[in-house]
Design a protein around this ligand. Sequence first.
Ligand code: MG
Length: 262
Amino acid sequence: MKKNWITALLLLFSLAVSTSNAAEYLNGIKWKSPAIVTPGQTDAMPPSDAVVLFDGSNLKGWKNGENWTVKDGVAYSGRGKITTLESFGDCQLHIEWKAPEPVKGSGQGRGNSCVFLMDRYEIQVLDSYENETYHDGQAGAIYKQTPPAVNAMRPPSQWNSYDIFWTAPRFDDQGKLVSPAYITAIHNGVLILNHFELKGDTPYHRPPAYNAHPPTGPISLQDHGNPVGFRNIWVRPFKSAEGEQVRDPYIKNGDKETPIQP
Ligand code: MG
Protein backbone atom coordinates (compact mmCIF):
# COMPACT_ATOMS: atom_id res chain seq x y z
CA MET A 1 0.00 0.00 0.00
CA LYS A 2 2.77 2.40 1.03
CA LYS A 3 4.64 1.58 -2.20
CA ASN A 4 1.58 2.62 -4.24
CA TRP A 5 1.51 5.99 -2.51
CA ILE A 6 5.17 6.58 -3.26
CA THR A 7 4.65 5.65 -6.90
CA ALA A 8 1.70 8.06 -7.16
CA LEU A 9 3.70 10.88 -5.58
CA LEU A 10 6.64 10.26 -7.87
CA LEU A 11 4.31 10.36 -10.88
CA LEU A 12 2.78 13.66 -9.75
CA PHE A 13 6.25 15.11 -9.16
CA SER A 14 7.55 14.11 -12.59
CA LEU A 15 4.39 15.50 -14.21
CA ALA A 16 4.91 18.86 -12.43
CA VAL A 17 8.56 18.96 -13.53
CA SER A 18 7.75 18.09 -17.15
CA THR A 19 4.99 20.75 -17.30
CA SER A 20 7.16 23.53 -15.93
CA ASN A 21 9.98 22.54 -18.26
CA ALA A 22 7.78 21.92 -21.29
CA ALA A 23 9.74 22.20 -24.50
CA GLU A 24 8.34 24.72 -26.95
CA TYR A 25 9.04 24.97 -30.66
CA LEU A 26 9.72 28.52 -31.87
CA ASN A 27 10.09 29.24 -35.59
CA GLY A 28 12.31 32.32 -35.26
CA ILE A 29 10.00 34.43 -37.44
CA LYS A 30 8.92 37.88 -36.30
CA TRP A 31 5.43 38.25 -37.75
CA LYS A 32 3.83 41.54 -38.71
CA SER A 33 0.51 42.08 -37.02
CA PRO A 34 -2.20 41.06 -39.56
CA ALA A 35 -4.33 43.99 -40.71
CA ILE A 36 -7.80 44.27 -39.23
CA VAL A 37 -10.54 43.64 -41.78
CA THR A 38 -14.19 44.07 -40.92
CA PRO A 39 -16.22 41.33 -42.60
CA GLY A 40 -19.41 42.11 -44.50
CA GLN A 41 -22.81 41.62 -42.86
CA THR A 42 -22.94 38.26 -44.62
CA ASP A 43 -20.04 36.34 -46.14
CA ALA A 44 -21.31 37.37 -49.59
CA MET A 45 -21.00 41.07 -48.80
CA PRO A 46 -17.75 42.97 -49.34
CA PRO A 47 -15.37 43.15 -46.38
CA SER A 48 -13.85 46.50 -45.45
CA ASP A 49 -10.74 46.05 -47.62
CA ALA A 50 -12.57 44.96 -50.78
CA VAL A 51 -12.58 46.89 -54.05
CA VAL A 52 -16.25 47.01 -55.00
CA LEU A 53 -16.50 46.53 -58.76
CA PHE A 54 -20.30 46.58 -58.99
CA ASP A 55 -22.72 47.39 -56.18
CA GLY A 56 -25.82 47.57 -58.35
CA SER A 57 -25.61 51.27 -59.20
CA ASN A 58 -23.36 51.64 -62.24
CA LEU A 59 -20.44 50.20 -64.24
CA LYS A 60 -18.22 53.27 -64.02
CA GLY A 61 -15.28 51.16 -62.92
CA TRP A 62 -15.42 49.19 -66.18
CA LYS A 63 -14.26 49.92 -69.69
CA ASN A 64 -17.23 49.57 -72.08
CA GLY A 65 -19.59 49.52 -69.07
CA GLU A 66 -21.82 52.08 -70.81
CA ASN A 67 -22.72 49.41 -73.37
CA TRP A 68 -24.22 47.04 -70.83
CA THR A 69 -27.64 47.57 -69.29
CA VAL A 70 -27.95 48.21 -65.55
CA LYS A 71 -31.51 47.69 -64.33
CA ASP A 72 -32.84 47.19 -60.80
CA GLY A 73 -29.35 46.64 -59.43
CA VAL A 74 -28.39 44.06 -62.06
CA ALA A 75 -25.90 44.46 -64.92
CA TYR A 76 -26.82 42.56 -68.08
CA SER A 77 -24.17 41.50 -70.58
CA GLY A 78 -24.46 42.87 -74.09
CA ARG A 79 -22.53 44.78 -76.79
CA GLY A 80 -19.00 43.62 -76.03
CA LYS A 81 -17.06 42.54 -72.99
CA ILE A 82 -16.46 44.86 -70.05
CA THR A 83 -13.06 45.20 -68.39
CA THR A 84 -12.14 46.70 -65.01
CA LEU A 85 -10.12 49.91 -65.08
CA GLU A 86 -8.11 48.59 -62.14
CA SER A 87 -5.73 45.67 -62.36
CA PHE A 88 -5.31 42.76 -59.95
CA GLY A 89 -2.83 39.97 -59.33
CA ASP A 90 -3.38 37.40 -56.57
CA CYS A 91 -6.91 38.00 -55.35
CA GLN A 92 -10.18 36.84 -53.91
CA LEU A 93 -13.10 37.57 -56.22
CA HIS A 94 -16.80 37.37 -55.40
CA ILE A 95 -19.33 37.58 -58.21
CA GLU A 96 -23.01 36.69 -58.52
CA TRP A 97 -24.72 35.88 -61.79
CA LYS A 98 -28.02 34.66 -63.13
CA ALA A 99 -28.82 32.85 -66.37
CA PRO A 100 -31.37 34.54 -68.64
CA GLU A 101 -35.07 33.80 -68.49
CA PRO A 102 -36.98 32.58 -70.39
CA VAL A 103 -34.50 29.82 -71.17
CA LYS A 104 -33.34 29.98 -74.79
CA GLY A 105 -30.89 27.92 -76.81
CA SER A 106 -28.85 24.92 -75.74
CA GLY A 107 -25.27 23.89 -75.03
CA GLN A 108 -22.90 26.83 -75.33
CA GLY A 109 -25.77 28.95 -76.63
CA ARG A 110 -27.58 29.10 -73.29
CA GLY A 111 -26.69 31.80 -70.79
CA ASN A 112 -23.08 32.05 -71.94
CA SER A 113 -20.69 34.64 -70.50
CA CYS A 114 -17.50 34.20 -68.50
CA VAL A 115 -15.14 35.72 -66.01
CA PHE A 116 -11.64 36.40 -67.33
CA LEU A 117 -8.93 36.71 -64.69
CA MET A 118 -6.12 38.99 -65.87
CA ASP A 119 -8.15 39.41 -69.07
CA ARG A 120 -7.09 35.97 -70.38
CA TYR A 121 -7.78 33.07 -68.00
CA GLU A 122 -11.40 32.03 -68.30
CA ILE A 123 -13.72 30.49 -65.75
CA GLN A 124 -16.91 29.71 -67.62
CA VAL A 125 -20.28 31.25 -66.90
CA LEU A 126 -23.05 29.27 -68.57
CA ASP A 127 -26.56 28.07 -67.83
CA SER A 128 -25.49 24.54 -66.97
CA TYR A 129 -28.75 23.67 -65.25
CA GLU A 130 -30.03 20.61 -67.13
CA ASN A 131 -28.07 21.74 -70.18
CA GLU A 132 -25.51 19.37 -71.68
CA THR A 133 -22.37 20.69 -73.31
CA TYR A 134 -18.72 19.60 -73.43
CA HIS A 135 -17.66 19.27 -69.80
CA ASP A 136 -14.59 21.49 -69.93
CA GLY A 137 -16.90 24.19 -71.24
CA GLN A 138 -19.71 24.01 -68.67
CA ALA A 139 -20.26 26.48 -65.82
CA GLY A 140 -17.28 26.55 -63.46
CA ALA A 141 -14.92 25.02 -66.03
CA ILE A 142 -11.52 26.46 -66.72
CA TYR A 143 -12.27 26.69 -70.38
CA LYS A 144 -10.83 23.75 -72.37
CA GLN A 145 -8.65 22.72 -69.40
CA THR A 146 -10.89 21.16 -66.75
CA PRO A 147 -14.56 20.75 -65.89
CA PRO A 148 -15.66 21.76 -62.39
CA ALA A 149 -15.44 18.83 -59.96
CA VAL A 150 -19.24 18.89 -59.66
CA ASN A 151 -22.16 20.77 -61.20
CA ALA A 152 -23.56 23.04 -58.44
CA MET A 153 -25.75 25.10 -60.76
CA ARG A 154 -28.98 26.70 -59.63
CA PRO A 155 -31.94 26.98 -62.04
CA PRO A 156 -32.24 30.13 -64.22
CA SER A 157 -34.57 32.06 -61.89
CA GLN A 158 -31.99 31.91 -59.08
CA TRP A 159 -28.70 33.63 -58.41
CA ASN A 160 -25.38 31.79 -58.57
CA SER A 161 -22.22 32.89 -56.83
CA TYR A 162 -18.58 32.28 -57.53
CA ASP A 163 -15.94 32.80 -54.88
CA ILE A 164 -12.64 32.62 -56.66
CA PHE A 165 -9.18 32.44 -55.10
CA TRP A 166 -6.60 33.33 -57.71
CA THR A 167 -2.85 32.96 -57.72
CA ALA A 168 -1.35 34.84 -60.65
CA PRO A 169 1.40 33.23 -62.71
CA ARG A 170 4.93 34.55 -62.24
CA PHE A 171 7.40 35.29 -65.03
CA ASP A 172 11.07 36.15 -64.81
CA ASP A 173 12.75 39.15 -66.50
CA GLN A 174 13.20 37.13 -69.68
CA GLY A 175 9.50 36.34 -69.79
CA LYS A 176 10.01 32.71 -68.78
CA LEU A 177 7.32 31.14 -66.61
CA VAL A 178 8.53 30.82 -63.01
CA SER A 179 5.30 29.51 -61.49
CA PRO A 180 1.91 28.81 -63.09
CA ALA A 181 -1.47 30.26 -62.18
CA TYR A 182 -3.63 28.42 -59.66
CA ILE A 183 -7.33 28.71 -59.03
CA THR A 184 -9.61 27.56 -56.26
CA ALA A 185 -13.30 28.23 -56.80
CA ILE A 186 -16.53 27.79 -54.86
CA HIS A 187 -19.84 27.72 -56.74
CA ASN A 188 -22.87 28.39 -54.53
CA GLY A 189 -20.89 27.30 -51.47
CA VAL A 190 -19.62 24.13 -53.16
CA LEU A 191 -15.91 23.61 -53.86
CA ILE A 192 -15.55 23.01 -57.62
CA LEU A 193 -11.85 23.74 -58.25
CA ASN A 194 -9.19 23.04 -55.64
CA HIS A 195 -5.84 24.69 -56.35
CA PHE A 196 -6.10 23.77 -60.04
CA GLU A 197 -2.89 24.49 -61.93
CA LEU A 198 -3.63 26.27 -65.20
CA LYS A 199 -1.79 25.09 -68.28
CA GLY A 200 -1.84 28.61 -69.72
CA ASP A 201 -4.53 30.86 -71.15
CA THR A 202 -7.88 29.54 -72.33
CA PRO A 203 -8.53 30.23 -76.03
CA TYR A 204 -11.04 28.34 -78.18
CA HIS A 205 -8.83 27.73 -81.21
CA ARG A 206 -5.40 26.64 -79.90
CA PRO A 207 -3.80 24.88 -76.95
CA PRO A 208 -3.28 26.80 -73.71
CA ALA A 209 -0.02 28.72 -73.48
CA TYR A 210 1.69 31.11 -71.11
CA ASN A 211 2.76 34.39 -72.61
CA ALA A 212 4.53 36.76 -70.24
CA HIS A 213 2.36 39.59 -68.95
CA PRO A 214 2.53 42.10 -66.10
CA PRO A 215 2.01 40.84 -62.52
CA THR A 216 -1.47 42.37 -62.45
CA GLY A 217 -4.23 42.54 -65.05
CA PRO A 218 -7.88 43.56 -65.30
CA ILE A 219 -10.88 41.32 -64.72
CA SER A 220 -13.28 41.12 -67.62
CA LEU A 221 -16.76 39.74 -68.21
CA GLN A 222 -17.60 38.28 -71.57
CA ASP A 223 -20.50 39.13 -73.83
CA HIS A 224 -21.49 35.99 -75.68
CA GLY A 225 -24.77 37.35 -76.98
CA ASN A 226 -26.87 36.18 -74.01
CA PRO A 227 -28.20 38.67 -71.41
CA VAL A 228 -26.60 37.12 -68.30
CA GLY A 229 -27.27 39.15 -65.14
CA PHE A 230 -24.50 40.12 -62.71
CA ARG A 231 -24.55 41.69 -59.26
CA ASN A 232 -22.49 42.12 -56.09
CA ILE A 233 -18.99 41.98 -57.59
CA TRP A 234 -16.01 42.66 -55.35
CA VAL A 235 -12.38 41.74 -55.20
CA ARG A 236 -9.64 41.73 -52.56
CA PRO A 237 -6.02 41.80 -53.61
CA PHE A 238 -4.39 39.03 -51.59
CA LYS A 239 -1.06 39.09 -49.80
CA SER A 240 0.07 36.35 -47.45
CA ALA A 241 1.02 37.17 -43.86
CA GLU A 242 4.41 38.84 -43.67
CA GLY A 243 7.24 38.01 -41.34
CA GLU A 244 11.01 38.18 -41.06
CA GLN A 245 13.21 35.23 -40.14
CA VAL A 246 15.14 36.91 -37.33
CA ARG A 247 16.86 33.76 -36.09
CA ASP A 248 16.99 30.02 -36.78
CA PRO A 249 14.15 27.90 -35.41
CA TYR A 250 14.80 26.47 -31.96
CA ILE A 251 13.38 24.51 -29.05
CA LYS A 252 13.01 26.45 -25.82
CA ASN A 253 12.99 24.47 -22.61
CA GLY A 254 13.12 26.68 -19.54
CA ASP A 255 16.19 28.84 -20.11
CA LYS A 256 17.71 26.35 -22.50
CA GLU A 257 17.50 27.08 -26.22
CA THR A 258 18.44 24.35 -28.68
CA PRO A 259 18.75 25.32 -32.33
CA ILE A 260 17.03 22.99 -34.76
CA GLN A 261 19.47 21.59 -37.27
CA PRO A 262 18.17 21.84 -40.81
MG1 MG B 1 -18.26 31.79 -71.97
